[in-house]
Design a protein around this ligand. Structure first.
Ligand SMILES: [Zn+2]
Length: 317
């Protein structure tokens, strides 16, 4: 694959992040469960740019939570993304549901690989938007050079801004493409916000945020995604259920490599060095000016020398 130079500066963007707090030890998974500022796009112009589906209507009225649906797990062998529920069915089932917990590690979200995986999964997001649509080719080339597979979560806005690179990614066996949302919104049935980005505000909005990109990636690139990560990585429990109903497993992480592509390379490398089997690492490949790519280039050779094995989410399925 050809390599083109990418030299846009995103420092101003990186300086804008509102929230770099760390929330340690979420759900006992130990490692860093911080937030993904690169996904948050907190600047006002960005927030304005995250158009919401007009179909959304605020339905924030508290009501009993929807009953869990045992058959809803995407780990049940369904072909991911095979539409198991229509938009109307989702609306009917969840229109009166309360959101439940909202955050990074809520019930229904996959945080780590199954025990016995014997490997870790590197996941990298591409968030899109006016400050998030660049491509870190160097980072992807590092992965190719080292033979490290990665799961790439692609937002529709990024895909539309990087058509040629999308084709390259899709044709690269090392990379698995998964769904990072349509408008890069937190998934919420009542408009909850993360880092100043208001989430979807109804079950219909959750459906559209997931499925518009799902259908886009399928029709444009022949990719059927099985995993979903929301913009900002925040979602509520009911949205996680909806995601599972649609045949996609919502996925977050156990190790936050780059805090939304805001961390220096040495810190990214030190975070990567803490990994053990079953960990899911989160970084970004849409911020080439960040320390993420350099940090991974520093850390990965040593990890590989220690016989660390990396697999994609699908391979761990
Ligand atoms: Zn993102």
């Amino acid at each position: 694959m050809s390599t083109h130079s990418q030299t846009p500066s995103f420092r101003s963007y990186l300086d804008e992040h509102l929230d770099r707090r760390r929330a340690l030890g979420v759900l006992g998974v130990g490692a860093v469960a911080t937030v993904t500022a690169a996904c948050s796009e907190p600047s006002p112009d960005q927030a304005a740019g995250t158009a919401r589906p007009a179909k959304n209507s605020p339905t924030a009225s508290p009501s009993p939570p929807a009953s869990p649906s045992p058959s809803a797990s995407a780990d049940n062998g369904q072909a991911g993304g095979d539409l198991t529920s229509s938009r109307d069915e989702i609306i009917e089932k969840y229109q009166d549901a309360s959101p439940g917990m909202f955050g990074l590690a809520v019930s229904g979200v996959k945080l780590s690989l199954p025990d016995g995986s014997g490997a870790a999964a590197l996941t990298l997001d591409a968030c899109g938007g006016s400050n998030g649509s660049a491509a870190d080719r160097e980072l992807l080339n590092t992965l190719r050079d080292l033979g490290v597979p990665a799961t790439l979560f692609i937002n529709q806005r990024w895909a539309k801004a990087n058509h040629t690179m999308m084709e390259e990614i899709v044709s690269e066996p090392l990379f698995e493409v998964e769904n990072h949302g349509t408008h890069h919104l937190p998934l919420s049935v009542n408009g909850a916000s993360a880092y100043g980005v208001q989430g979807t505000s109804s079950a219909a909005g959750v459906y559209d945020e997931i499925m518009e990109n799902q259908e886009f990636l399928r029709t444009e690139y022949g990719v059927t995604c099985r995993y979903f990560r929301s913009g900002t990585a925040h979602l509520d429990e009911t949205s996680a259920q909806i995601c599972n109903d649609l045949g996609l497993t919502p996925v977050n992480f156990t190790i936050n490599l780059d805090d939304g592509a805001t961390l220096p390379a040495q810190t990214v490398a030190s975070h990567a060095a803490t990994l053990s089997t079953t960990d899911i690492l989160l970084g970004h490949f849409n911020q080439p000016a960040s320390g993420t790519g350099t940090g991974l280039a520093q850390a990965l050779p040593q990890l590989l020398a220690e016989d660390t094995r990396f697999i994609t989410l699908e391979e761990a399925h």
